[in-house]
Design a protein around this ligand. Structure first.
Ligand code: F0G
Length: 355
């Protein structure tokens, strides 16, 4: 029987040789591409979701972490460090644990979801809550890695992008070619960079005959690429993409322009509305940041900007269980609490209105 072997083994010939010297894998990648009829209906397009919450630590970060930590392990590194809004730290901590390395993480104080914080701590990371935002954490992590014996595993590390590009390979392998449009949330802009690289490599030497338009979506309160300048105090409920000065800014603009795509903003309300549709009408539970891509295609569809019948793949980047609090509120913000009832069939039938 065939078991998915993780992205390094599955795509060995398309990854740099140095990541194979000592492979650290948790079986990442091979995530489902799920048809979303509810979204196809709302947009007039053919929408599929690349469900990255199905990765070992529940986000797309695992694709790049297997390559970054394997490369570090191959060089004999003992300590890796990252700045993170949560998912990178959860992933780095897990892969470092598998490699027998120490992992240090810098996270913005009070602005990381409890599920992600728990993951990093569970996997034994040295977690430091920094008095500052993600951008401050990344500057500090980069400086530290320049002067101390520690390997930086943020997406500014090219090995991260190498692993993450496999998401694009899997989409093409599943659909037979690239879709018309690939939509995704944009934070530090590593993922849009990686998908574009993956699609480009598969066009150059692989099964693809074309590349998609890249549609990136930032949260309105944290949309530096849309604004055209860094945002010093980014704010959004989608804490994963609460980033004011993305490290891969120019690469993201390149992906946008070379693909004839776009990078636009969606409000927190639009993100939460998309989060709700994903949960209730598609059956896929994501964290808020992961709903930004869906919020984006819905917004553009309302504006008549989605070509009829277009094939669209949206990467939903992280699992809903990482930041579950958003499920427990109604659209207008009221708290949802379960109905309490006695273990009595008639009252239960009454409550279900099936009497
Ligand atoms: N979605 C989720 C769930 C994320 O965690 C991130 C980034 C993004 C989207 C944006 O991806 O940065 O490649 O543009 N999270 C990073 C972290 C910043 O530290 O976990 P990007």
């Amino acid at each position: 029987a065939h078991q998915w072997r993780g992205v390094i083994a599955e795509y060995a010939e398309r990854l740099p040789a140095h990541v194979r010297e000592r492979i650290i894998t948790l079986g990442e990648g091979g995530t489902p591409l799920v048809a979303a009829p509810a979204l196809s209906e709302l947009t007039g397009a053919q929408v599929h979701l690349k469900v990255e919450g199905m990765n070992p630590t529940g986000s797309f970060k695992d694709r790049g972490m297997t390559t970054a930590v394997s490369a570090a392990a191959g060089r004999g590194a003992k300590l890796v460090i990252c700045a993170s809004t949560g998912n990178t730290s959860a992933s780095a901590a897990a892969y470092a644990a598998a490699a027998g390395m120490v992992c240090a993480v810098l996270v913005p104080d009070g602005k990381i979801a409890m599920g992600k914080l728990s993951q990093a701590i569970a996997h034994g990371a040295k977690l430091l809550q920094v008095d500052g935002n993600f951008d401050d954490c990344l500057i500090a992590a980069r400086k530290l890695a320049e002067s101390y014996p520690v390997e930086l595993v943020n997406s500014v590390n090219p090995d991260r992008i190498e692993g993450q590009k496999t998401g694009a390979f899997e989409v093409v392998d599943a659909l037979g070619d690239a879709p018309d449009i690939h939509a995704l949330p944009v934070g530090n802009a590593g993922n849009i960079t990686a998908y574009w690289q993956g699609y480009s490599e598969y066009l150059e030497s692989g099964p693809a005959t074309r590349r998609p338009m890249m549609w990136g979506f930032q949260a309105a309160g944290a949309a530096p690429i849309v604004a055209g300048h860094p945002i010093s105090d980014p704010e959004t409920i989608a804490t994963a993409i609460r980033i004011g000065n993305p490290a891969s800014w120019t690469q993201a603009e390149h992906a946008r322009d070379a693909s004839g795509g776009l990078i636009e903003a969606v409000t927190d309300e639009e993100i939460l509305a998309a989060h709700r549709i994903l949960s209730r009408d598609v059956g896929v539970f994501v964290e808020p940041a992961s709903a930004a891509g869906v919020a984006g295609i819905l917004k553009l569809a309302r504006a008549g900007r989605v070509p009829a019948g277009a094939s669209i793949v949206v990467t939903v980047t992280g699992h809903g269980l990482k930041d579950p609090q958003w499920a427990l509120r109604t659209a207008d913000g009221a708290e949802i609490t379960p109905v309490r009832i006695s273990a009595d069939v008639v009252s239960i039938a009454d409550a279900l209105e099936i009497g």
